[in-house]
Design a protein around this ligand. Structure first.
Ligand SMILES: *Cc1c(COP(=O)(O)O)cnc(C)c1O
Length: 410
């Protein structure tokens, strides 16, 4: 038996991408260069990254659905029955019955006419914002809105006006400036802001849109499964379902699998079928993903106690952190109102060192620095889940406190 000749990997000295190396070197010099942490088992309150067992405060697995037995079973059953791939984009031949069932389920859950699922929350936002507006139109966007909204806005070629974070008066000023222009106006906010955990002023922005005839859009990625009745999101939380034209949610965070969706009128959804580029040009979900998501919505309906536990854990964790003297927002940064809990450190390098030291002590909490958050506002971001036990939270708090004291952060 002759072994195949090993592939020969040559390290070439091509200079075409040297500018990337330069930029990486700059990150290394600033102390904000990072390596990906690799999960050895499954997402959970305790799991193993890079061979080390840690209390996991870093995931978006709010309700523990990433590894819930019912989602697993649904995925396996769908794979057995329908295979692993859909084989085409939705508009050609890749719309399976299970995709339609999921969309109907989400629309009914959210109390809207219709829903379309995208491959991710990112593509849902980017594909929607870019397709419903054109270059004569205007987008009014909160300065801390998610990157996928910003990219969608740029792709639409509409004129972008950025209002100060949650500043409805500023949004109104900007709307006034353009109210006599012929283009349409879209106001867009995150329901929950992903770096600070504060809640967008959905109701006040709805009022504004009503007064100025603007389109209202909310990105509820971090609110899906977390806020509102049975996790229906921030729009439901504020009782604004009938006043928000475009509701985006994610299936990748609390829902535990992968995907994004847009909810709204039948015509909005029909239009997106014809014009949203990720829908038209990228293959639909494997049947297992749709099946898992359906099981997740059943759990939201039938096990609301998960959401209850999430909030109990969140209140406890945040009260203990504040009591220990940590800056968890509310001073120079917005105050968290959700399980997203930033521990503001300030300096990027120190934040990354803090995160690394925590990891070595058995706590996984990711350091986040510029450009993801503003310069000088670097933080270690912690996210509670319903599945953390009190003893795990207490251990994490001890490690956070002792490590912060040792490093001069507390
Ligand atoms: C995570 C996130 C998204 C993207 O969702 P994915 O499903 O992970 O692509 C969009 N918007 C906000 C506010 C997010 O936090």
């Amino acid at each position: 038996m002759s072994a195949a000749a090993p592939l020969h990997h040559e390290t070439t000295k091509r200079q075409q991408l040297a500018h990337l190396t330069t930029q990486l070197d700059e990150l290394r010099a600033k102390g904000t260069y990072f390596k990906l942490r690799v999960l050895d088992d499954e997402q959970g309150p305790i799991c193993r990254y890079d061979g080390r067992e840690v209390i996991n405060l870093a995931s978006n697995n709010y309700l523990g659905l990433c590894d819930h037995p019912k989602l697993r079973e649904a995925a396996i059953a769908a794979t057995t029955k329908y295979g692993v791939g859909s084989g085409a984009v939705r508009t050609i031949a890749g719309t399976m019955k299970i995709h339609m069932e999921l969309e109907e389920k989400i629309a009914a859950f959210k109390g809207v006419e219709a829903c379309v699922v995208f491959q991710s929350g990112f593509t849902a936002n980017a594909g929607t914002v870019s397709s419903i507006l054109g270059k004569e139109d205007f987008i009014l966007s909160d300065e801390l809105n998610h990157a996928s909204i910003i990219d969608g806005a740029r792709l639409s070629r509409a004129k972008i006006k950025v209002f100060r974070h949650k500043d409805v008066a500023h949004a109104e000023e900007l709307l006034k400036e353009v109210q006599n222009e012929p283009g349409r106006k879209l106001v867009i906010t995150d329901g929950v802001f992903s770096m600070d955990g504060d809640i967008g002023p959905v109701k006040e922005l709805c009022d504004l849109c009503d007064r100025y005839g603007a389109i209202m859009m909310v990105d509820d990625a971090h609110a899906s499964g977390v806020l509102g009745r049975n996790g229906r999101g921030s729009v439901d939380h504020f009782g604004c379902t009938q006043r928000v034209d475009v509701q985006v949610g994610t299936l990748s965070k609390a829902i535990g699998a992968l995907g994004g969706y847009v909810c709204g009128s039948r015509d909005l959804i029909d239009y997106l079928h014809h014009r949203a580029r990720p829908f038209l040009f990228s293959t639909s979900h494997p049947p297992s993903v749709a099946a898992s998501c359906m099981a997740a919505f059943d759990i939201l309906e039938n096990e609301p106690e998960r959401i209850g536990r999430l909030w109990v854990n969140t209140k406890y964790f945040q009260a203990q952190l504040a009591g220990a003297g940590f800056d968890i927002g509310g001073k120079s940064t917005p105050k968290s109102e959700t399980p997203i809990t930033p521990i503001i450190v300030g300096d990027g390098r120190q934040t990354m060192e803090f995160s690394k030291a925590l990891f070595e002590q058995g706590v996984m909490a990711t350091g986040i620095a510029f450009p993801t958050v503003p310069e000088g506002k670097a933080r270690v971001r912690c996210i509670m889940t319903s599945e953390h036990m009190q003893s795990q939270i207490d251990t994490a708090l001890e490690v956070l406190t002792s490590t912060a004291k040792r490093m001069g952060i507390l």
